[in-house]
Design a protein around this ligand. Structure first.
Ligand code: NAD
Length: 505
């Protein structure tokens, strides 16, 4: 997969390159440089220099640049969708939807940064009544972003747009499967800021990502597998560089006895199979109340009957982008079937050389890897449960905690609140990802930190608390001249304030 480019001058070392391939047919769709440590350090140094310009702009000025970029992406959406389609294999229309969501996030981050991050007054309390208290959020400087391939625009944009809107510059390392998408984003942003190094791309494999982790960045936002996330944290620990980890999941969709079964089946099918199941917040498990299990199965098999994977325009499911994943999908299906799961559709033989045909299993043992580990393929494990208590218990019995869905007419919110995950949608699927004001992120092995919304903006800043003395204090606390009389008065005051028995109403 790697080759070497001719040196551009006699003194340059030859640059190693790698190929980006079309997963539908193996065609080479681009050749990109492998940025080594020196190249990554140089990009970070350029970003640091650009940060003094970008960070000094007002929120309104930065918003103007970001909104211009948003318009450029919108006008050239078909072009970007085509790059994504060729590199990931996903249908062109799916690539477009992902970009639409990303555009909405850029606009939200640009328009809300001032309100969320600008100076805010804080009540100073009775003890410090003579002080005016303010908190404001400052940009960190340079943010490194490492992205995956499955949603090569939407996923990294959750970090890139919010970090930029907060006043940071960004060095982005896209997945080696989607370097062209990353380059396209950086090139268009560069047009908007007339070539300034506000958003740069460094292409390459894992070593390039590692070089970014140990470079002079002020924060590292990683999205990818938990296994790589651990390496990222270890590398970032060297410089005490803070990290955000957005890792995998094993999300469930819960169907209560009063649910609209047609809608729940439609959501489960799309949640599990769209993007060939290669979605961090995709549905992998479904727990259905036993009273409606048979009706639900009838509904979902009927809806799934024409669904298939392929590269022709009629196929709604594309290839498995990363060839090594095929072995993992097959091993999960083999394990489930060996342990007693029933095959309703597809099965272990549905795993081909590039494509996996939609697969539905039922009665999947809870100790099989199809239930315990992220499969990342177009497969659904659907199990009956006796009650919603059992559905919640099984949903939470996982190392992950990313997202999920609940279908219930009466009890949706109650059930949702009991799920240990970062995001849940009631009576719909992944709706939270398209609400820019909501935070996005997980717990447990799904990672930590938040992108999107006010939390996502603050994630790329540090809080700065400032007090300004308005008038002389009645009692001077912070002085060696404080006497016993003052201590007595303070004791009296604190007793009045906090000594009584009070209950919160
Ligand atoms: P991956 O972990 O293989 O790679 C992610 C990125 O890390 C790539 O750019 C890769 O080059 C880089 N990398 C590899 N080794 C590295 C190292 N040692 N140091 C630094 N960087 C290194 O993940 P992937 O296969 O690209 O993505 C799929 C995974 O991402 C799935 O587990 C999926 O659930 C997860 N994901 C999570 C979210 C989320 O928001 N939580 C979103 C999308 C995908």
């Amino acid at each position: 997969m790697t080759a070497t480019l001719e040196p551009t001058t006699a003194h340059d070392a030859p640059t190693k390159t790698f190929e980006s391939l079309n997963p539908s047919n193996g065609d080479v769709v681009g050749v990109y440089p492998i940025a080594d440590k020196a190249a990554v350090d140089a990009a970070v140094a350029r970003a640091r220099a650009a940060a003094s310009w970008w960070g000094a702009l007002t929120f309104a000025e930065r918003a103007e640049h970001l909104l211009t970029w948003r318009s450029v992406i919108t006008r050239r959406i078909a072009q970007l969708a085509e790059v994504s389609h060729r590199e990931t294999g996903k249908p062109h229309s799916d690539a477009q939807i992902e970009i639409i969501l990303a555009i909405d996030h850029i606009a939200w981050a640009a328009k809300h940064a001032k309100k969320v991050l600008g100076p805010q007054k804080v009540g100073s309390g009775l003890l410090m009544a003579n002080q005016a208290a303010t908190v404001e959020y400052h940009a960190l400087g340079v943010v490194g972003v490492i992205g995956p391939w499955n949603y090569p625009v939407f996923t990294p944009m959750g970090s890139i747009a919010y970090a930029l809107a907060a006043g940071n510059t960004v060095v982005f390392k896209p997945s080696e499967y989607t370097p062209g998408v990353g380059q396209w984003l950086a090139d268009t942003f560069s047009e908007v800021v007339h070539g300034r190094a506000v958003l740069q791309v460094v292409t390459g494999l894992g070593d390039t990502g590692n070089a970014l982790c140990v470079a002079d960045v002020d924060k590292l936002a990683f999205t990818g597998s938990g296994a790589t996330g651990k390496k990222v944290m270890a590398a970032c620990a060297q410089n005490l560089t803070p990290v955000i980890i957005e890792a995998g999941g094993k999300d469930s969709l819960i169907v209560d006895e009063d649910a609209d079964l047609a809608k729940a089946a439609e959501a489960a099918l799309w949640g599990g199979m769209s993007n060939a199941g290669q979605t961090c917040i995709g549905t992998e498990r479904v727990y259905v109340h036993e009273k409606v299990f048979d009706s639900f199965m009838k509904e979902i098999t009927e809806q799934a009957k024409d669904l298939r994977a392929g590269s022709d325009p009629g196929a709604k499911i594309g290839p498995i982008t990363m060839p090594s994943q095929l072995k993992i999908i097959k091993s999960h299906l083999d394990d489930a079937v060996a342990k007693g799961a029933r095959v309703v559709m597809g099965g272990p033989d549905a795993v081909g050389e590039r494509f996996v045909q939609p697969t539905i299993l039922t009665h999947v043992p809870e100790d099989s890897t199809e239930i315990t580990e992220e499969t990342f393929g177009p497969t659904l494990a659907i199990n009956p449960v006796k009650s919603m208590d059992e559905a919640v218990e099984l949903t939470n019995a996982t190392q992950y905690g990313l997202a999920g869905a609940v279908f219930s007419k009466k009890n949706g919110m109650d059930i949702a609140r009991r799920i240990r995950s970062g995001m849940t949608s009631v009576n719909s699927i992944i709706a939270f990802a398209a609400v820019p004001g909501l935070p996005f992120g997980g717990v447990g092995q799904s990672g930590f930190g938040r992108i999107h919304g006010p939390d996502g903006l603050r994630e790329f800043t540090y809080a700065h608390a400032i007090t300004r003395q308005k008038f002389k204090p009645l009692m001077m606390l912070t002085s060696f001249s404080r006497d016993a009389k003052t201590d007595g008065k303070i004791a009296q005051l604190i007793t009045v304030l906090h000594g009584g028995k009070q209950t919160l109403k």
